[in-house]
Design a protein around this ligand. Sequence first.
Ligand SMILES: [Fe+2]
Ligand SMILES: [Fe+2]
Length: 309
Amino acid sequence: MEPNENGSGFYVIMHPASSNKFSGRFAIFTDKAYIETKRKISELFKLRQIMKILCVGDIVGSPGRRIFKTAVEKLRREIGLAAVIVNAENAAGGRGVTGAIAKELFDSGADVITLGDHVWDQRETASLLELETRILRPANLPPACPGRGWGVFKTDLGEIIVMALVGRTFMNPSDCPFRKADELLNGPIPRNGIVICDFHAEATSEKIYMGWHLDGRVSAVFGTHTHVQTSDAKVLPEGTGYITDLGMTGPIDSVIGREIAPVRHRFTTGMPSQFDVAKGPAVLEGCIFDIDRTTRKTLSAKAVRISET
Ligand SMILES: [Fe+2]
Ligand SMILES: [Fe+2]
């Protein structure tokens, strides 16, 4: 880990982008071609040609909301984000999202909120989704469900389209996410848009295949749900930015955001336990995609981790 420039106590780990041209992930800082790409991105960014989009992994409870606010303020100030997309399916005490908590996240810098399998954990979510178009539930839930699974959102650098899908392997039943993605991309989603997809799924294989399924048809695909960040942020051959899982934004000393003791009780006795959100320092995990506004391709995908410790 390297401390950031102003030494504010945060640590940022950014895994260098790897693209179809660069197979290495950790030893390519000296690679001439990589340096050239970095220079090109920097020039395009100055020309406002690059859209820098931060995607944030599942927010868990108040520790997650606290680090989200601080870290997003810092990243917006220091690197200039065009948009922030956050999965908030565990933001309300670990279970779903409420109207008040969604407002808190929007006030803290979120532009779009996505949800996952915990979408209906709070009773008010159904009516909230009808009113608040910036919150998305998975698009491949039964069509009669309230809310929407994709939307067009304005940023300072133009529109983006966000699409949310949920997986089927080791998950509750839902419609086929691959067919739903095809249906949306071949149907109502505007052509030539910058499309970013949150694929909320358990199995790495299902998420990895979604990356290949959508390569060249959307600008970026990121996975959520497992709360563990993967080290495979990259650009696929046809220009789609990809990471298997963004990770978690929540308490560090925990079991994917929950207190350790009840989980210990559950695993060692097989007895039911109540899983409350853990306390203590938090971490934000996510990925930044640098997307060329003209080609709609991702030029760089970097995993981000910002910790309070
Ligand atoms: Fe989930
Ligand atoms: Fe989650």
